[in-house]
Design a protein around this ligand. Structure first.
Ligand SMILES: [Zn+2]
Length: 308
């Protein structure tokens, strides 16, 4: 019995890292917002996604528990009322670290790749492991576009990841082709028989991933090979669902900024028809609802959170 309770205590103690990281990330984002014009929406959005992930965390945390400092809590409520009002009814379109990434890219400018990486690495090295932190950053580029960034999902556990991946697909946060590729394997890594939205990234466009902590380049995983036609992938098959990797967000941003590369990367399968695309979206929505039901999140209005 004693051993069991110790394990339980350790588990609860570890779960507190969610709160520690959440508070530190929010504090840092508010700080950066004060010196970065045009970044208010990023604080708004990250508050919402952190509150949502706090609610569905294995040990749930309320906004009041995440921000124990009363003065700061009231100031945030006043300045950003909507995340507090909407985190139980709206799903986030992306995971929190994507907002951190956007903030840093806005601050450092997209062409300063090393500064962007360094700033993120400094932050991640100050945080605890395992909660609300992305492991990888990806940078895509084409002749016509500056660096386009993406980070891996900063969710923990299979259900939060699957929820945000579906939301990124269904809310049009991810580009339609990128979303189609991901939904081809949603939610369980099994390829759909009736639909293939995978594609081969156009020649001339590059896509490289790095560990945020170590700044070292990483080979794409097998999943990304299957999604985007990368030839050289590492042999490892990660346990995460398709859509977890930094490549996904980065390529999505590239397609939004370079339509030519996007059109050259169009999925080629005969099954990529309007009817099947509709069907795969419906199926993804059904799966999303199933997961929400399973974790007893009963208050979704069907809407996604878009900050003002
Ligand atoms: Zn990958």
């Amino acid at each position: 019995m004693a051993g069991k309770s110790t394990r339980q205590e350790q588990f609860l103690k570890l779960q507190q890292d969610f709160r520690t990281n959440a508070f530190e990330i929010i504090r840092q984002m508010v700080d950066w917002c004060n010196t970065t014009p045009g970044s208010r929406h990023l604080v708004d959005e990250i508050l919402h996604s952190i509150f949502f992930l706090g609610k569905i965390n294995t040990t749930p945390f309320t906004p009041e528990e995440i921000i124990p400092n009363k003065e700061m809590l009231n100031a945030l409520k006043e300045k950003y009322p909507e995340p507090f009002e909407c985190y139980l009814t709206h799903l986030p379109r992306r995971s929190p670290f994507s907002c951190v990434l956007d903030m840093v890219v806005l601050q450092k400018r997209p062409e300063n790749e090393n500064q962007v990486k360094q700033t993120l690495s400094d932050l991640v090295n100050r945080l605890k492991e395992g909660f609300l932190v992305s492991a990888t950053i990806c940078i895509s580029k084409s002749n016509k576009s500056v660096q386009q960034y993406g980070v891996s999902m900063s969710t923990s556990g299979p259900n939060p990841g699957r929820i945000v991946i579906a939301a990124s697909c269904l809310s049009s946060y991810w580009d339609e082709y990128v979303a189609a590729a991901v939904m081809t394997f949603y939610p369980d890594k099994k390829k759909k028989e009736y639909f293939d939205g995978t594609f081969k990234l156009a020649e001339g466009a590059t896509c490289r991933a790095y560990s945020i902590k170590k700044a070292s380049e990483m080979e794409p995983c097998k999943s990304c090979g299957n999604l985007f036609g990368f030839q050289e992938t590492c042999q490892r098959e990660w346990p995460w669902p398709y859509g977890n990797c930094a490549e996904v967000e980065s390529l999505s941003n590239l397609f939004k900024n370079d339509d030519q590369v996007k059109q050259q990367s169009r999925p080629q399968s005969d099954t990529f028809t309007p009817e099947n695309r509709e069907k795969v979206r419906d199926e993804t929505l059904e799966n999303l609802k199933k997961i929400l039901k399973m974790i007893q999140f009963k208050t979704w209005s069907g809407k996604f959170y878009v900050p003002e």
